[in-house]
Design a protein around this ligand. Structure first.
Ligand SMILES: [Zn+2]
Length: 378
């Protein structure tokens, strides 16, 4: 094993000129090895074997890997610059900008000039190499696009986008930073950049949702269609029940009960008992007791917001899951003095209210005369 104290003791016996020469040799060797590495990377790149897993392995950022690949690609057409770098004349800091700056016609020239130019100056020269016109920029912006289409058989949304200069850079930098931060747990492998990039896109949706101020009139972003039988669907893609359960926690998703033709269901009042299909659909839609913040997920029953005896229907819009263990079903109308009012198809659409405190609209929904405090009031 390398013993730093031991090594330092040895070097302290060296004359200074020998140390200076040794360092120069080491720097040249590092530069030579760097160019050798770039050559290997170029071929791995051709074989599609360079990805962000490499960044994870090497302990560098994905951006560094990307820049390394760009340098490796460019060097192929810059033999003179490559030779100068291999000879140790170009630092890694100079090599990056000089390959961006040089082309086949200026390769030999830059191989000679670049070793004497500061990295920052090379970088500035590379940036100003071509100056696009305003028209160029406008043409790029005019060519922006986003296309999305569902691949129904796989249930995958395909996305293809083209973003102009600044927008493209912002998007790339944002996604890059998000994916850089998706570090795996200690000892776990990095997931692929493709996976992390896709997760980053979806995360942007979360950011948008939470940034949008919630208003009473806000439309749900998504509708999950819950049919009487068969799987629930989102955008026509079937989902497992467990996922619907999860989605329900998201207030911007509205479960809607639909019939076989995808039409929101209205069930006639003539049915005497709730069909098992409706019960299943309501329980699947609600998943928990809908009274306030009650967390009960077991011992649920389907409750009529407006009781049948008050003219309420078996329409799922009049039904909600409520719990027995928490005492909620028992306290609700018609037996109790509390009512659930609102739209049960919205996750946050219901309000638990005492009959004495109904608004006129809520009284109307319950089938009570608006000016009466409750069914038993005088
Ligand atoms: Zn409850």
């Amino acid at each position: 094993m390398f013993d730093v104290a031991d090594r330092l003791d040895g070097l302290r016996c060296w004359p200074t000129e020998r140390l200076v020469a040794r360092r120069a040799t080491l720097v040249r060797e590092q530069r030579r090895l760097r160019v050798e590495e770039l050559a290997v990377i170029r071929v791995l790149d051709e074989r599609g074997r360079v990805d962000d897993a490499m960044a994870g392995h090497d302990g560098v950022s994905a951006r560094t890997v990307r820049e390394t690949v760009e340098t490796a690609r460019a060097l192929e057409s810059l033999p003179a610059v490559a030779a100068a770098a291999h000879a140790g004349d170009l630092s890694p800091e100079q090599l990056g900008p000089v390959v961006a700056l040089a082309d086949e016609s200026t390769d030999a020239e830059w191989a000679v000039r670049a070793p004497d130019v500061a990295p920052a100056d090379l970088a500035r020269l590379a940036r100003t190499k071509t100056k696009p016109t305003v028209e160029d920029s406008q043409a790029r912006r005019a060519a922006r696009s986003l296309r999305m289409w569902w691949q129904r058989d796989t249930g995958m949304l395909q996305v293809r986008a083209a973003l102009a200069d600044v927008d493209g850079a912002r998007f790339e930098a944002t996604i890059q930073r998000m994916t850089d931060r998706m570090k795996p747990a200690k000892g776990r492998a990095w997931s692929s950049w493709e996976h992390r990039g896709a997760d980053a896109l979806v995360e942007l949706c979360d950011v948008y949702e939470s940034a949008e101020p919630p208003t009473a009139a806000a439309k749900p972003l998504l509708v999950v269609e819950v049919p009487m039988s068969g799987p629930a669907e989102i955008a026509g893609i079937p989902l497992p029940d467990a996922m619907v359960e999860q989605l329900r926690a998201n207030a911007r998703i509205e479960p809607v009960l639909v019939d076989a033709d995808g039409v929101p269901v209205t069930v006639g009042r003539q049915t005497t008992a709730l069909s098992p299909k409706i019960v299943r659909a309501v329980l699947l839609r609600d998943g928990r007791c809908r009274c306030g913040n009650c967390e009960h997920r077991h011992g649920l029953q389907v409750h009529h917001l407006r009781p049948r005896s008050w003219g309420g229907s078996d329409d799922p819009a009049n039904l909600a899951a409520v719990c027995i263990p928490g005492g909620h079903h028992q306290m609700l109308v018609p037996h109790g003095r509390w009512a659930l009012v609102g739209n049960p198809n919205r996750p946050d659409g219901l309000r638990l209210v005492h009959l004495d405190e109904l608004t006129p609209d809520e009284a109307r929904q319950l089938g009570l005369p608006p000016r009466r405090a409750g069914p038993n009031a005088a």
